[in-house]
Design a protein around this ligand. Structure first.
Ligand code: PMP
Length: 350
């Protein structure tokens, strides 16, 4: 395999991937045409929703599993345990089926019913727990670590602090973006949950070209925007987005280059994902709204003529009962943007 460290994309011959594992990665880089035209920059989205498990977290899940196998701590019939907002668990559940492991997921009960239901459909044992801060021993991440420690033959994926996560992005997502851009890009913009995607790609791109500007995007309710701006870990407000933002600096985020930080309100993220749906035909999750809105803000800060890359983390299907439900949004003081009618000339030129 030419990329042994992650195994992503693997050694497919004649366009055939050998199973789920080799289908992870090698996602398209999509030009977001309307926002590129609007800003005068080229805004590109790495289509991670096209991974076989449906999100960017397939890469981290695979990297963590392969390293655990290589280290000999995960053996046939063993159990992979993880605390997750959903997508890592979904990636792990697919991979555990594909590689012969059991999967046990601890998830806060605030996450979408679609993700929790999907985890159960995939065959994972799912334990929903109340959402409490990381400092509480009953926090879902801490609980998952405890369960793994008590269960014979179990491995704790520990996506937040296991550097196999960011290594997966350093060895696959970063090089793919660099190749797809043929070495010409001005900025990399991403929100962080574990920090694996942001940090792995930022570390790789900076090594190729130190001029690539690395911009951390953040929702409200997270302490990372103030931390990245040099004001310490302070959170204000809250967010309906899932899987991003943090109250602490994880091992995966630690040491990552950060040149700028952008905070995006939920309504702006919503306006962005509805715009992507109506104008581009892309049906996206909420973190994509934060990422793409932050890419647009980065375009504004840099001025026209720059190429900016961000991540399309997962699809809208996982959030239909929330982000795409008018009543649910209204209950949170948010509104569903209206579809801008297409002028026939516009439609014809698409
Ligand atoms: N978006 C979504 C929908 C996610 O589930 C996650 C992972 N929690 C992220 C973004 C952030 O990815 P990372 O953990 O690599 O920072």
């Amino acid at each position: 395999m030419h990329r042994q460290a992650s195994g992503m994309g693997g050694s497919s011959t004649q366009g055939i991937c050998d199973g789920f594992v080799q289908a992870v990665g090698n996602t398209p880089l999509i030009r977001l045409r309307a926002l590129s035209a609007l800003t005068g920059c080229e805004i590109l989205g790495k289509a991670e929703f096209m991974n076989p498990g449906g999100s960017v977290k397939d890469r981290a899940a695979l990297g963590i599993l392969l390293e655990a196998e290589a280290a000999g701590v995960l053996r046939p019939g063993g159990t992979v345990v993880e605390g997750t907002a959903g997508n890592t668990g979904i990636g792990l559940a697919h991979l555990c089926n594909a590689r012969g492991y059991r999967c046990l997921i601890v998830i806060p009960d605030t996450q979408s019913a679609e993700k929790i239901g999907l985890l159960r459909s995939l065959g994972a044992e799912v334990r929903t727990v109340p959402a409490v801060p990381y400092s509480d021993p009953n926090n879902y991440v801490r609980l998952s670590g405890q369960i793994a420690a008590d269960l014979p033959g179990a491995v704790w994926a520990n996506q937040f602090d296991n550097l196999a996560n960011r290594r997966a992005h350093y060895s696959s997502t970063g090089p793919e973006i660099w190749r797809q851009c043929q070495g010409r890009l001005d900025a990399w913009v991403a929100a962080t949950g574990t920090g694996g995607t942001y940090a792995g790609v930022a570390l790789y791109l900076k090594e190729q070209d130190p001029r690539v500007r690395c911009v951390l995007a953040d929702p409200h309710g997270s302490a990372l925007h103030s931390w990245a701006s040099g004001d310490g870990l302070h959170a204000e407000g809250n967010s309906i987005t899932e899987g991003i933002g943090n109250s602490r600096v994880t091992a995966n985020l630690e040491g990552a280059p950060i040149d700028d930080a952008v905070r995006i309100p939920d309504q702006a993220a919503l306006d962005t994902i509805y715009g992507l749906l109506w104008q581009e035909g892309l049906f996206m999750g909420g973190s994509v709204g934060i990422n793409v809105a932050a890419a647009v803000e980065t375009a504004r800060r840099l001025g026209p003529g720059h190429r900016i890359v961000t991540v399309l983390c997962d699809g809208g299907d996982r959030y239909r009962s929330r982000l795409y439900d008018q009543a649910w949004l209204a209950g949170r003081g948010l509104h569903q943007p209206e579809a801008a009618p297409l002028a026939p000339a516009d439609a014809a030129s698409r």
